[in-house]
Write a protein of this length. Structure first.
Length: 101
């Protein structure tokens, strides 16, 4: 593989890793995952412990005390896997989970 292709792949991989890190470290993501891990319906469906996958799809945007999040979290447990779909909004500095399926 030519050096320029290798550099491009490393750069793209770094960019994707940075985006995943930003989303997964957001309060919206950690709050949604905590809610899913304590939800009886999720525990009944996939068991416990509930682990999140590395990749997440969607986006999180924050501007001071406001923001919006729309993402899917792949999760798995001893009984199988699922995806948690989240729509959240940040108002006055606090995240509100508008929809979680």
């Amino acid at each position: 593989m030519p050096l320029t292709a290798t550099v491009a792949l490393v750069a793209i991989g770094g960019f994707v890793a940075a985006i995943m890190g930003f989303i997964k470290s957001s309060d919206a993501y950690t709050g949604a995952l905590a809610r899913a891990r304590s939800a009886p319906a999720v525990i009944d469906a996939i068991g416990t412990p509930i682990k999140d996958a590395y990749f997440v799809s969607g986006n999180v945007s924050v501007n001071g005390t406001t923001g919006a999040a729309d993402f899917a979290i792949p999760v798995s447990g001893p009984k199988g896997g699922a995806s948690i779909f989240v729509q959240a909004s940040k108002r006055l500095g606090a995240w509100h989970f508008d929809h979680m399926i």
